[in-house]
Ligand binder design. Structure first.
Ligand code: GLA
Length: 688
């Protein structure tokens, strides 16, 4: 076992992980290139050539069947899986395993025509017509029953298939679209009743005395369309989460009943999409997957890194990028192609952040259908497109170094807190259209990850004791229980940093009876006296230098003598002049800091630097030039770093010692990477 650990890696290398990762199924490579393959769209005589080309590119996994319902159940109750079994077997002959998607994002025409109640009703009361996807109603009991049956039949047939490694439930969960019909409304009312028990309780928490909203009967409660009571609106979002969770569970239950435990169950999520709360949604899955599309323009390595870390944080577990773009998509305003080398760099970044599969959507375009222009690996003529060579290079690289990644995951000393409740609450009442919760998260992420080189993004209720630093840029809802959890972290030595708008609301989206940060005021020894949406930037200065507050500023007040003022506003609107903008205080064995303004880039960077130093966070590999990204993974006694140059010029990187370069098969203490250049480095030794 590799036991040597140097100062620069000591902080991230934790005790060897022995448990196999669910993202690395037994018998497969630890990291894999995959593709979405639609054998149902092609004559069987073509399959062999497709699979031969996949094997040649070292594509080792296909996701199949997620849109093949009409082929698998051509008429009600008549199932045909023989073709699918042949496709799976034939793929296996080319050393390709299969992941089966349940086809419930696209019910067949015979079903929706015979049972129109299985189709969604839109907000305007119109039932959707057949021919697109995500048209099924997630709340229709009849639709649920059809979904359960097809998933069950698939699991009976393939639950023991040695070449099926796992399952994907549905496809992107109907984008969380709801059916605005009476069934859904009644479900919502029943769900509220089960939660609140009495109308008095609900009326009190939502303060329905306001604008005569008081409910005397559960049946009076509407589905919120447009602006509504913030309590009602937040509960609707939670109800949507419950509906899709239940919709998913309906399929998980039958698959689990028939499938071998070694077959994983995942779902494909969409980064920062917030149609539902992803923490409960991913809870019953073995791991989360996501669909990583750039859309227009080029990869933003910070945002993409953040999105990977968000997905990893759903279950605090490695994940799959089950779909990503082979060059271009077809659904953005300008569907430009990624640059040569960019697709490969993106894939390695995914691996560095804890992905164990990168799957290209899709292998080959259907000759007709809505996505004819989308990027592929093979053209309409069935021969490789230019990008195929880059994917092939990637496939061979993965195969060369995969064993070094077995049992490894990113390990971080810093966590960013992400809360859907808080994000929704702010979105409902932005107060300034400029307020951007994801933008703020990203600005902290960019600066913190540059210094720490690995950051977790987790639910506020997650265990926090392993982190030296926890930053919550917009934790608007801090109910009492969460405050207790956060304070326990601080009391035991952690450093909690809160951003603007923190601790304003309780779990019902009601204002707390204290000023911000609510239940944390006493520990902080200070509070927000008044918040201000800004029409222009105001000067701020202090321990982190001078700069500007933008978009949002809070006037802080201090009540404890040991509170340190870190930043003050300069001449502003009169109210803020010379008032504290950021304060900090030691509490228990730790520290709590409140930054009451959205800071400009320079000050955010300085604030991040202060937090990192104060909390004793160390970089995984030491400083690297701007534009170079270091992604550490450790476990099973290994410590590896994926190093990528996303800058537009070549970079010269001095390493802290002689290291082994796994891709170039050499060793050295300097690394020269061209734009989109990638290397996987490890301390000298056998990591395999
Ligand atoms: C989504 C879907 C795929 C495909 C791609 C195209 O992620 O899951 O079926 O439509 O987008 O980019």
């Amino acid at each position: 076992m590799f036991v040597l650990c140097f100062a620069f890696c000591a902080a991230t290398a934790q005790s060897p992980q022995t448990k196999p990762l669910p993202t690395q199924p037994a018998g497969t490579d630890a990291i894999m290139v995959g593709t979405a393959w639609y054998p149902e769209q092609w004559p069987e005589s073509r399959w062999e050539e497709d699979l031969r080309l996949m094997e040649a590119a070292h594509v080792t996994v296909v996701r199949i069947a997620e849109f093949a319902w009409s082929r698998m159940e051509p008429s009600e109750g008549h199932y045909d899986f023989d073709w699918l079994a042949r496709a799976i077997n034939q793929a296996a002959k080319h050393h390709i395993v299969s992941v089966l998607g349940t086809p419930t994002a696209a019910p067949p025409a015979w079903l929706t025509q015979k049972y129109p109640d299985t189709l969604r009703v839109e907000e305007n009361g119109q039932r959707v017509t057949h021919g697109n996807r995500a048209h099924g109603s997630s709340t229709s009991p009849r639709y649920r029953e059809f979904c359960r049956k097809i998933a069950e039949q698939m699991a009976i047939r393939f639950g023991h298939d040695p070449n099926v490694v796992g399952w994907q439930i549905d496809n992107e969960y109907g984008y969380a679209l709801m059916s605005f019909d009476d069934t859904t409304r009644k479900m919502f009312q029943d769900w509220l009743q089960a939660k609140y028990k009495t109308l008095d309780n609900l009326n009190a928490h939502w303060t329905t005395a306001y604008w005569s909203q008081t409910y005397d009967n559960w049946s009076e409660i509407p589905i919120p369309v447009g602006g509504h009571n913030p309590g009602l609106m937040l509960e609707w979002k939670r109800f949507v989460t419950y509906v899709w969770h239940d919709y998913q569970q309906n399929q998980i239950d039958v698959i689990r009943r028939h499938a071998e435990p070694r077959q994983f169950i995942t779902g494909n999520f969409m980064g920062f999409f917030d149609g539902f709360d992803h923490y409960p949604m991913t809870e019953p899955l073995m791991f989360a997957s996501w669909d990583d599309y750039v859309g227009s323009g080029h990869v933003d390595p910070d945002f993409n890194g953040l999105s990977h870390d968000l997905t990893r944080g759903f279950k605090r577990e490695n994940f799959w990028v089950i779909e990503t773009q082979p060059g271009a998509v077809n659904w953005h305003s300008v569907n430009n192609f990624l640059n040569r080398g960019e697709v490969r760099a993106m894939a390695w970044q995914a691996i560095g952040h804890g992905a164990d599969e990168v799957g290209y959507w899709q292998w080959r375009s259907a000759l007709n259908g809505q996505e004819q222009y989308h990027g592929t690996l093979v053209g309409a003529d069935g021969t490789p497109v230019p990008l195929y060579a880059e994917i092939s290079q990637l496939g061979h690289e993965f195969s060369k170094v995969e064993s070094s990644f077995r049992g490894t995951s990113p390990v971080s000393q810093v966590a960013l807190l992400n809360s859907y409740d808080s994000r929704w609450a702010i979105e409902f009442q932005k107060h300034t259209k400029e307020y951007d919760t994801i933008g703020l998260l990203k600005s902290y992420y960019r600066n913190l990850s540059k210094l720490a080189q690995s950051v977790d993004v987790v639910d506020p209720y997650s265990p926090l004791h392993n982190y030296k630093l926890v930053v919550a840029p917009s934790l608007n809802l801090i109910p009492e229980g969460l405050a207790t959890h956060l304070l326990e972290y601080v009391r035991n030595g952690g450093h909690l940093v809160l951003g603007p708008r923190s601790g304003m609301k309780d779990q019902f989206n009601a204002l707390t009876r204290q000023r911000q940060p609510g239940y944390l005021v006493d520990a902080l020894g200070g509070r927000v006296e008044q918040f201000y949406a800004l029409e222009k930037n105001f000067p701020v200065s202090g321990a982190w230098g001078t700069g500007e507050a933008k978009i949002w500023a809070e006037q802080m007040g201090t009540s404890a003598p040991d509170v340190q003022v870190l930043l003050k506003y300069g001449k502003s609107n009169g109210w803020l002049d010379d008032q504290p903008a950021a304060i900090t205080r030691t509490y228990g064995k730790g520290r709590i800091t409140y930054i009451g303004a959205v800071l400009d880039d320079k000050l955010t960077a300085a604030a991040a630097e202060w937090m990192i130093k104060d909390s004793g966070v160390t970089a995984a590999l030491g400083p690297v030039p701007d534009g170079v990204y270091v992604c550490p993974r450790s476990g099973a006694g290994k410590q590896i770093y994926v190093v990528i140059n996303f800058a537009s010029e070549s970079k010269h990187i001095t390493l802290p010692r002689v290291m082994r370069f796994l891709l170039a098969d050499k060793q050295g203490d300097v690394l020269d990477l061209p734009t989109y250049g990638v290397e996987v480095v490890t301390v000298n030794g056998d990591t395999r």
